[in-house]
Structures are given as structure tokens and as C-alpha cells.
Design a protein around this ligand. Structure first.
Ligand code: FAD
Length: 453
């Protein structure tokens, strides 16, 4: 019996474990157990990471969207082990999981050692602060549900406090060239560092949040003028990784929403209440979100000599096998996978993780049958950026329309939402995905548009 272990139950890892579990379930193999599938994750529940900006803005309640790994494991014939990957012994083909500690500091699960024949590492990425002074301490990242929830609660608290606070000119920005006047300055300001997809999506979503919080009476500020949102980008334009016309179109929409765009400004320091740039600007920031880049989790560079690149991603071949070990594969954000015909590697996106999970399902079957492994080819279907409830913008390309087309508005929003629905379909099948969509739609009719507590 072959032992597969998938570490990381995210956009790619959970899809892979689910589909491997289904494929090698005894009832599908005339009762024979041909392979055993184990999923490892540090958390007990899964949430699709691209939803985190909506969680941060309160427009999505994470508890209505999360999936319990233990339940998914039972339904799809794999085993789930909660724990954080701590070490790898490649010679003995073993991984070690750290003990799980509960909220009271007591040990819930001890350290465990699991043995594998094939290991797939899919532990995603984490925020890259690029060594900027004060950034890890005074800004919030959006890597986990906990961080997104913390931001949401702080935002609501800041709005509620600001209503009763006497306005004070920005003391925390002593080197601003022109001191702001009370009449033009917002009462609270959120600074978002990094105008990639995450920063852009969050800024649009926050504009909606401020309006809804005001509509429900949580504050009596003017949501547009009293709640400032500033998006700071080091590059010459927002969405630097996407096509220029997508960037231009998005910038116009954000400006209409009242989001202040500051491009060509490199953040040099984050301190309480202020973000300082290399050009000497001091930007008031009651809340700062860091969305300026990602790197792979530090543990990967300590994994028994597996080579990593400068972002700490495991270097993999086109078979998704790590450079030096045929038994260890990696997928998703934590893998540096070549993209033939392109200078860059496969980009860290949910669609890449999804494609790699589908690829590995076939490749691992070939491995089990001692067949040669196929090679992964990434197909870029374009990029979509959500701009709040009713709009999105992006480009569709390649196989979908046979070209490259700018799309925006409701249609783009529909396409954006369908990405998450495809993930749900990969986990539960199409029929359940339709039921799930309908159930959520019904549930929303009795919920506020933004989570209020
Ligand atoms: C706010 C936001 C918006 C985004 N929007 C989009 C979008 O619109 N479109 C798009 O294509 N991409 C988007 N992305 C990027 C996308 O989320 C990632 O590319 C994708 O989730 C990567 O999938 P993955 O399987 O590699 O990792 P993840 O989905 O991050 O999953 C990693 C899993 O590993 C677990 N884990 C981590 N460390 C360990 C450890 N040491 N031991 C055990 N388990 C561990 C984590 O708990 C997690 O479950 C967005 C990201 C963010 C943060």
C-alpha cells in the first residue's frame, strides 16, 4: 500500500487530498486498499485564502465558509492529522509534526512522526515585510483568518472611537510638509501598503464596509470623507503584475470610490499612526495593512537540504518533484516551478495551485504504476480583481476566448465569483456546489451585508 502525505490543506493541497482520497477509496478499487492518503494542516479548518480580504472587510463571515478537515476526510476517504510541519527526514521518509497547543496553552496533540512513500508539500506563502522597519510590529498582514478578523475588529473599533474623539491634527506625522487641516483630513485613515491584487481588492471592499457600518448606525461618520483609504505602491502604477490597461481601468474605478492612490512611494518605516516613505512623506495611518509581497514559510529552508530560491520556495522540476528528491513534490505558492516561455516562474495564484493539484492527481497515478511522469504546463486564464460587491476588472486570455480581452463590471464580478465556486466544486462536486451556493444566498437574506461585531 502506497502512503501519500499532503502537507497543507489550502487551495491546492485540499483539492489534491480530496481527489486522491476519492480515487483510491476501497469501494472504487474492488475493496482493495491500494493507497493511503493523509492530509496534514496546522489548522482544523480550511478557508479559501482569496476570501481573506472580504473577511477583513467584514463582507464575509469566515465561519459560514470554513470547511472542517476532519469532516472532509471522512467524506472523501483520507485521514486528517492536525499539526505544523516541523522536520523532514528524507532518508527515512518521515516527517515530524509539532505538538498542537490549545487556547489555554495546554498540549492537545503530542509531537508525531508520519511515514510516507510520496510527500507533497503545499504549505502556501506568508507575508514578506522586506525588512522594513516597524512593518511586522505595526502593520497587519492578511495571511490567516485570525489576522483578517483582527483587522476587521480594529476597523470597527476605530470607526466607533473616531465618532466621539475630538479631532487632533496629525501629531504622529511631524515631518509632513503641510500640516493637514481638520476640515480636509478624514477622521480615520487606513493605509494599505502594496497595490497588488490583495491591496486593491481590500481598498475597494473597505469603501463598502465604511458605508454599511454607517448605514447600520455603528458610527455616524461620513463614510466617504471621514474614513480615508490610501493605497501606497512602490512601482509606477497599481497592479504592477497585470496588464497596463487593467491597471489604468482599476485606478479610475478606485479614484471614483474615493481611494487615494500613491504610486512611486517606497515605504521606509511603519510606526504607530504613521507610515513614512523613502521620499520623506509621512502618511497618517490609524490602521496599516501590509500587502506588499509574499515569501515561502521559513520552515522550507530547513527541510533536510531541499533547495529553495531567494523567496524560500522549494525549487521544483516540471514534474513538480523537488530538485534533489524524487519522492518529495511541491505545489502552489511554496513551489518555484518553471514556466516555459516565460522569464518568471508559475505565479503564486489560486488558479496555479488548482491546476497543479489536478496535474498531480494524474502524475501520482502514473508514479504508482511506475510510468514516466508527465510535465506540468501552466495555462494562464487571465487575472481578475474584485472591486467590491458589484464590480471586478481583469483580463481573460488563452483558452477561454482565444485571445486577451479586458473585462469589467458585473460580468467580471460573476467570473471572479465563479473561481471560488470552482474550488467548492473540486471539493464537493458540482451538484453540492450548486446547493451550497443557493444555501449561502438564502442565508445572506437574514444577515447584515457586513459582519458587525
Ligand atoms: C487576500 C488574498 C486575495 C487573493 N486573491 C486571489 C485571487 O483573486 N486569485 C488568485 O488566483 N489568487 C489569489 N490569492 C492568492 C491565493 O490565495 C494563493 O495563491 C493560493 O491560496 C495558494 O494556494 P496554496 O495551496 O499554495 O496555499 P494556501 O491556500 O495558502 O494553503 C496553505 C495551507 O498550508 C497550511 N500550512 C501552512 N504552513 C503549514 C505548516 N508548517 N504545516 C502544516 N500546514 C501548514 C495553511 O494552514 C494552509 O491551509 C489571494 C491571496 C490573498 C491573501
Amino acid at each position: 500500500m502506497h502512503r501519500f502525505i499532503v502537507v497543507g490543506g489550502g487551495a491546492g493541497g485540499l483539492e489534491l487530498a480530496t481527489r486522491l482520497g476519492d480515487r483510491y477509496a476501497p469501494h472504487k478499487n474492488k475493496g482493495a486498499v491500494t493507497a493511503q492518503v493523509t492530509l496534514v494542516d496546522r489548522n482544523p479548518t480550511h478557508i479559501w485564502k482569496p476570501l481573506l480580504h472580504e473577511v477583513a472587510a467584514g463582507s464575509m463571515d469566515p465561519f459560514t465558509q470554513e470547511l472542517e478537515y476532519a469532516a472532509q476526510a471522512r467524506w472523501h476517504h483520507f485521514e486528517f492529522q492536525q499539526g505544523e510541519l516541523q522536520a523532514l527526514d528524507r532518508a527515512a521518509k518521515r516527517i515530524t509534526l509539532a505538538p498542537v497547543i490549545d487556547d489555554d496553552g495546554a498540549e492537545l496533540l503530542p509531537q508525531r512522526v508520519l511515514e510516507y512513500d510520496t510527500l507533497v508539500i503545499a504549505i502556501g506563502s506568508t507575508t514578506h515585510f522586506f525588512g522594513v522597519k516597524g512593518a511586522p510590529e505595526y502593520s497587519l498582514a492578511l495571511d490567516t483568518v485570525g489576522q483578517a478578523e483582527r483587522f476587521r475588529k480594529r476597523l470597527i473599533a476605530a470607526c466607533m472611537r473616531a465618532e466621539y474623539q475630538v479631532y487632533e491634527p496629525v501629531e504622529s506625522a511631524p515631518d509632513a510638509s503641510t500640516p493637514p487641516t481638520p476640515s480636509t483630513e478624514p477622521r480615520i485613515q487606513v493605509a494599505i501598503v502594496g497595490a497588488g491584487a490583495t491591496g486593491v481588492e481590500l481598498s475597494a471592499e473597505l469603501r463598502n464596509t465604511a458605508q454599511v457600518l454607517s448605514a447600520y448606525g455603528l458610527h455616524k461618520l461620513d463614510p466617504r470623507h471621514d474614513v480615508g483609504i490610501v493605497l501606497i505602491e512602490a512601482g509606477p502604477r497599481i497592479l504592477p503584475a497585470l496588464q497596463e490597461r487593467v491597471s489604468t481601468s482599476t485606478a479610475e474605478l478606485l479614484t471614483k470610490l474615493g481611494v487615494k492612490l500613491m504610486t512611486g512611494e517606497t515605504v521606509a518605516e511603519v510606526a504607530p499612526g504613521v507610515v513614512r516613505t523613502a521620499s520623506g512623506q509621512a502618511i497618517r495611518a490609524d490602521l496599516t495593512v501590509w500587502a506588499a509581497g509574499i515569501k515561502a514559510p521559513a520552515i522550507l529552508s530547513q527541510l533536510d537540504g531541499l533547495p529553495v530560491n531567494r523567496l524560500g520556495q522549494l525549487v521544483v522540476r516540471r514534474t513538480l518533484q523537488t530538485e534533489t528528491d524524487d519522492n518529495v513534490f511541491a505545489l502552489g505558492d511554496c513551489a518555484a516551478c518553471p514556466w516555459p516561455g516565460n522569464e518568471r516562474n508559475v505565479p503564486p495564484r489560486a488558479q496555479a495551485a488548482h491546476q497543479q493539484a489536478s496535474f498531480l492527481l494524474k502524475a501520482l497515478a502514473a508514479r504508482l504504476e511506475n510510468q514516466p511522469l508527465p510535465e506540468f504546463t501552466y495555462r494562464d486564464f487571465g487575472s481578475l480583481v474584485s472591486l467590491g460587491h458589484f464590480s471586478a476588472v481583469g483580463n481573460l486570455m488563452g483558452g477561454v476566448i482565444g485571445g486577451n480581452m479586458l473585462i469589467e463590471g458585473l460580468f467580471a464580478r460573476f467570473m471572479y465569483m465563479s473561481l471560488y465556486r470552482l474550488h467548492i466544486a473540486a471539493l464537493h462536486g458540482y451538484a453540492r456546489m450548486v446547493l451550497d451556493t443557493f444555501a449561502h444566498w438564502l442565508r445572506r437574506t437574514t444577515l447584515p451585508r457586513v459582519k458587525l461585531h
